[in-house]
Design a protein around this ligand. Structure first.
Ligand SMILES: CC(C)(COP(=O)(O)OP(=O)(O)OC[C@H]1O[C@@H](n2cnc3c(N)ncnc32)[C@H](O)[C@@H]1OP(=O)(O)O)[C@@H](O)C(=O)NCCC(=O)NCCS
Length: 147
């Protein structure tokens, strides 16, 4: 099954972001400073009017890859009832295409350890030591993928 990935507005994706990424965490909002970057793009998949998958992409240097033209993705979330159905991978593929067309040589993310295998299956590698992310209190690693 193919999933059409489209560019959406911040208001379209926020409810899904909060629902999926803030469940069981001490933080209730899911706004990022990068949401205001001029080049920010919120990718998403919509089914019957509902946003069921999303992630947000913008140019930002990777702390583990100095001097490489890089794009970060953040806010990677698939509706709980639709996970492990290929939607996350479809969003990553579309993001890589977007990053390539904007001259990025690398894409990267701060991946929660519970999702590391997803990123590895999507062609990312782990870079650097693990750390605890403040808003979630969860263990994370940086993951990188050449474009
Ligand atoms: C992580 C997440 C974005 C992945 O999206 P998804 O649509 O469920 O994943 P896909 O179906 O595209 O999976 C692609 C591959 O990764 C695997 N995978 C996905 N999530 C995984 C996980 N959490 N742990 C282990 N493997 C996972 C799938 O089994 C699939 O493997 P395959 O290629 O062998 O079939 C989604 O499950 C999610 O929103 N999880 C909760 C929030 C979260 O952790 N977000 C990431 C924050 S960094």
């Amino acid at each position: 099954m193919t999933h059409q990935v489209v560019a959406l507005g911040i208001d379209d994706i926020m409810a899904l972001r909060v629902r999926v990424l803030r469940q069981g965490t001490p933080t209730t909002h899911c706004n990022y400073p990068e949401d205001n970057y001029p080049d920010v793009v919120h990718l998403g998949i919509v089914d019957s009017g509902d946003v069921i998958a999303t992630s947000t992409w913008f140019a930002k240097p990777c702390p583990e890859r100095d001097g490489v033209a890089s794009m970060q993705l953040k806010g990677m979330a698939v509706d709980t009832s639709r996970q492990i159905g290929g939607l996350g991978r479809a969003i990553i593929d579309a993001g890589i295409t977007h990053a390539r067309s904007h001259g990025a040589q690398l894409v990267w993310a701060r991946a929660r350890d519970s999702a590391l295998d997803f990123y590895l299956k999507c062609g990312f590698d782990i870079a650097g030591e693990g750390f605890i992310d403040e808003p979630t209190g969860m263990p994370h690693h940086i993951v990188v993928r050449p474009v």
